[in-house]
Design a protein around this ligand. Structure first.
Ligand code: AMP
Length: 233
């Protein structure tokens, strides 16, 4: 039997990190539409350029493009035992497409895990986030250990201060995702989540697929709740 899981939650709720743990524990791949779109950065065709431009604003890519990318990814062999969808579906049309697509493949969803997080905390988690070369992430408001953070004022005072982060021991710079560095883009992402993604909570609850997890706990505590929910699924 396969384990087909959707991981829902506002940006900053820790979906990516917990998806990696589910991947390791249950042997099913994380399918992140955000990662699939970011991977298109190396391409220079007009579709790829259009995707990068839209992502930089915090708005959603159109459903047709997104659905094709997900269907292609789910056609790969490694999803046979199941998958963890991270960042998809993000609206009603995508949810309907996914369910129809899975039904055609003779399978269906087993669980929708909702990582619940206060939206102000979500803003700080995204805005303060930086990533090291090895993929580990830190946050200037929540997780600073071993990293030096500085807000650099613009010399002419025309632009907001810029966040710079370096490893305390090696001075190696950490990266900030361009769409996290823009407060406006984060606000658009959170607004989009409230307007278009949150309605899916009721939709999946009505199908008895929804499992709520408190995302405002330690990574370990969130993980324990996820394992409990998935073992029951
Ligand atoms: P994420 O990494 O999930 O925050 O996604 C980053 C960006 O990719 C989003 O702000 C959207 O522009 C785009 N994106 C990711 N997933 C979807 C989706 N399911 N539908 C439309 N756009 C998406």
């Amino acid at each position: 039997m396969s384990l087909n899981v959707i991981l829902m939650g506002v940006q900053g709720a820790g979906k990516g990190l917990q998806a990696k743990r589910i991947e390791a524990r249950y042997g099913i791949p994380q399918v992140s539409t955000g990662d699939l779109f970011r991977a298109m950065r190396v391409r220079s065709d007009s579709l790829a350029r259009n995707v990068q431009n839209i992502m930089a604003t915090g708005f959603l890519i159109d459903d047709a493009t997104t659905n094709v990318i997900v269907a292609d990814r789910l056609a790969q062999r490694d999803t046979r035992a199941g998958f963890i969808l991270d960042g998809y579906p993000r609206n009603q049309a995508q949810a309907a497409f996914l369910e129809e697509h899975l039904a055609q493949q003779g399978t269906s969803l087993n669980a929708v895990l909702l990582l619940e997080l206060d939206l102000y905390v979500a803003f700080k988690r995204a805005f303060g986030r930086v990533t090291a070369a090895d993929g580990s992430s830190y946050n200037c408001y929540y997780k600073t250990g071993g990293v030096d953070f500085h807000w650099l004022a613009d010399v002419n005072g025309q632009f907001p201060p810029r966040l710079e982060a370096t490893q305390a021991d090696s001075d190696a710079p950490l990266r900030r995702r361009p769409d996290d560095a823009s407060a406006d883009a984060i606000i658009h992402r959170i607004d989009t989540y409230v307007e278009t993604t949150q309605p899916l909570i009721d939709y999946f609850a009505a199908k008895d697929l929804l499992r709520k997890i408190n995302a405002d706990q330690s990574i370990e505590a969130v993980w324990a709740d996820i394992e409990r929910a998935l073992d029951q699924a």
